[in-house]
Design a protein around this ligand. Structure first.
Ligand SMILES: [Zn+2]
Length: 244
């Protein structure tokens, strides 16, 4: 994996503006992971994608993350800073291509979801509903008489078991952040979604970057590519020189 330059990241952000979150992550990972094809990235289990996003995040913005959350005990807003590596689940072994379970008289063969599955649901205008997702991820399901069962006819208990099986096989796709409130001592955990977290950070970074481009272009007559080519350190030093 390689980090994106300021110009590449700005371009990826611009392309991602009209895209959904799943597409945005593929737009970011494409140029960052030159060894993987677009199809390989799209068909990767979501946990594998999230592990790559965490690696990319550390390359772009450093290893420490700060998340903001409201305490469920007292409502206090708190900031938690933690190394992004803490959210990495041991990567081995990767989820098997096909998982199997037997539950409630039903046998199911299924796989864990990928970006392609989320994109297909988004293209169909479907909310990310578990049954819709399962209709793509179930390879085969059959009852006691070996009769095939469609995902829409699976009992709720089997849906839950498949969902649990997916989470167990691909734990990186479903990470929780342990939080503690200094004010009231409450302790809880909250889901941490690296995709929306990273996109929000990139969005904030772009706003700051464009402001810097504006100020430096106006002060020195430089063009946008000139400013984007500066290292962050030199950009800050020039901004200081023009009193910003
Ligand atoms: Zn609290």
């Amino acid at each position: 994996m390689r980090a994106l330059s300021a110009a590449e990241l700005l371009e990826a952000w611009e392309r991602g503006l009209a895209a959904n979150l799943t597409e945005r992550m593929l737009i970011l990972l494409g140029p960052s992971c030159p060894d993987l094809t677009g199809d390989e990235l799209a068909d990767m289990p979501l946990g594998g994608r999230d592990a790559l996003l965490m690696e990319l995040r550390a390359l772009l913005f450093g290893p420490a993350c700060t998340a903001v959350a409201a305490c469920p005990g007292c409502g206090e807003q708190l900031e938690a800073t933690f190394p992004v590596a803490r959210l990495r689940v041991a990567a081995d072994p990767p989820p098997p291509e096909v998982l199997r379970l037997h539950n409630g008289g039903v046998d199911v063969a299924f796989r864990v979801p990928s970006s392609s599955d989320l994109l297909a649901l988004a293209a169909a205008g479907t909310a990310p509903d578990i049954r819709q997702l399962l209709s793509r991820c179930i390879v085969e399901a059959w009852g006691v008489d070996r009769a095939a069962i469609g995902s829409e006819d699976l009992p709720e208990v089997v849906i839950t078991a498949i969902s649990d099986g997916m989470a167990a096989a691909d734990p990186q796709a479903d990470v929780e952040l342990a939080l503690a409130c200094q004010s009231c001592g409450a302790m809880w955990s909250a889901p941490f979604d690296i995709a929306s977290f990273l996109w929000a950070e990139i969005h904030a970074w772009v706003q700051q970057l464009l402001r810097d481009v504006h100020l430096l272009a106006r002060a020195y007559g430089w063009r946008e590519p000139d400013v984007l080519a500066l290292s962050p350190v030199r950009r800050i030093l020039y901004l200081e020189l023009i009193g910003q």
